[in-house]
Design a binder for this molecule. Structure first.
Ligand code: ZN
Ligand code: ZN
Length: 448
């Protein structure tokens, strides 16, 4: 691969020479490569601001096309600077499942990408350090792993590096303090990366508080903020306290499966623990008996089951087959029971309902998880079951506690009140909004 000229380095450092029009024209070429006919205003602003030499903080809802904001960067820099050797973006991401989906997607669009991991062969490392891949994904831990230090410091990688991306950036706040401490060290990398390499942080949801924490921790300087309210007006929120047995609580869903079979609302049930997943799964299995598979009495293979578990214990091939069956509009699988960590890997169209069996501890996560439903804009449901024990834990955010226990304020308003971008004016009316608004709804349907 040809070595870059001095001019190219200088271009990366001073991007002032670029005209907005030429960036937009180049961006259109990238959009076409990714199969977009047009780009949304927010996508354009995020990319243009970044290329103009700013740190950028992107908060766009799930399914909006957020990833394109960085998927396009290496290609875009190549076009803009007429590169002879391609540009590289380094992407920090929390989960292997997410990264492998993205690598596959990128490859299908003709962009080379790789995931750095523990125990990778030397050969892979030297390919990464040589700048062979346009997009290099890594969990934060690998960036600070001794075996990888040399790779991420290599000058041929640095020469090509045009962007440092932190995807799912709310993890910086959520996990930086304890669970995955390396998240809190990312800001320190600024000193080690070439000076013209800016940061882009992306997340589907971040309250003002989370956003400020992430910006501070990553050492972002005056980032351009691209924010769209994560509120989805097509989502109906409801909250119930767990008072009955699992069987009683899920009776309506079990009945729905019995009656509607493969027309049952496509549902993800998020559990807090693996044990909860098992309990729920076994409840569905024993309650449904021969009706557990579709058509009734079909053999007990994953592809015929209407309910499946999606957890760390599944083999990769079973995970793939669950995702494929769940994504298929005519698939038999209607309900996937997942631990929260694994549920993040389920990003299928057509999900109509999210059930939380146990309250998540923070609002950002809750909004993000419920955002998996109704991506097509059609009506969808977010049901949460909590116990007094769930909300008694010390790390539970007050805002989430209030969301569960409040009996008067609209769920949507209590959920989004700490989001700058939220506007109550766009709220759906009464019975389309939430269980509490429905009680006082005066629409003709509710009144008579
Ligand atoms: Zn409401
Ligand atoms: Zn109504």
């Amino acid at each position: 691969m040809a070595k870059r000229s001095r001019d190219e380095y200088e271009c990366r450092d001073k991007k002032t020479a670029l005209q907005k029009e030429s960036i937009e024209a180049a961006l259109l070429i990238c959009a076409t490569q990714f199969g977009y006919e047009t780009l949304k205003e927010e996508q354009k602003r995020a990319v243009v601001s970044f290329v103009e030499g700013n740190d950028v903080f992107v908060t766009l809802p799930t399914g909006f096309g957020k990833s394109f904001c960085y998927f396009c960067l290496p290609l875009l820099f190549d076009i803009l600077y007429n590169k002879t050797s391609w540009s590289v973006a380094l992407v920090v991401s929390p989960l292997n499942a997410l990264m492998s989906d993205q690598v596959q997607l990128l490859k299908s669009k003709g962009i080379s990408a790789v995931i750095c991991g523990y125990g990778d062969k030397e050969e892979n490392k030297s390919l990464v350090s040589g700048g062979t891949f346009q997009i290099v994904f890594t969990p934060p831990e690998i960036l600070f792993d001794k075996e990888w230090t040399e790779v991420f410091r290599s000058s041929s990688l640095h020469d090509r590096l045009v962007a440092f991306i932190v995807d799912e950036a709310h993890c910086v706040k959520k996990w930086g303090k304890d669970f995955r401490k390396d998240y809190s060290k990312l800001g320190g990398l600024r000193g080690l990366l070439p000076s013209g390499v800016h940061f882009m942080a992306l997340t589907a949801t971040a309250s003002n508080f989370t956003r400020n924490e992430v910006i501070r921790s990553l050492g972002m300087t005056k980032p351009v903020m691209i924010i769209r309210s994560p509120d989805k007006p097509n989502l109906y929120y409801s909250v119930m306290e767990k008072t009955e047995s699992i069987e009683d609580t899920f009776k309506p869903v079990i009945e729905e499966l019995r009656k509607l079979r493969h027309n049952t609302k496509k549902t993800i049930i998020f559990c807090r623990t693996y044990q909860d997943c098992c309990d729920l799964y076994l409840t569905f299995r024993s309650s449904l008996g021969v009706e557990f598979t579709n058509p009734i009495g079909a053999p007990d293979y994953s592809i015929f089951r209407m309910v499946e578990m999606f957890t760390a214990v599944n083999t990769p091939s079973l995970k793939q087959s669950i995702l494929a069956s769940f994504s298929n509009p005519r698939g038999h699988m209607r309900i996937v029971i997942a631990t929260v960590a694994f549920g993040m890997g389920i990003d299928c169209a057509g999900v109509r309902r999210i059930i939380h069996w146990g309250a998540p501890s923070d609002v950002d996560c809750y909004i993000q998880e419920t955002g998996r439903a109704g991506r097509d804009g059609d009506r969808a449901f977010a049901d949460l079951y909590y116990s007094k024990r769930d909300i008694g834990v010390t790390f539970m955010e007050d805002c989430m506690k209030n969301y569960c226990t409040n009996r008067s304020m609209c769920r949507r308003e209590s959920l989004f009140q700490s989001f700058q971008s939220y506007s109550p004016l766009q709220k759906p009316i009464g019975c389309l909004c939430c269980d509490l608004c429905a009680i006082v709804c005066e629409c003709s349907f509710c009144k008579f």
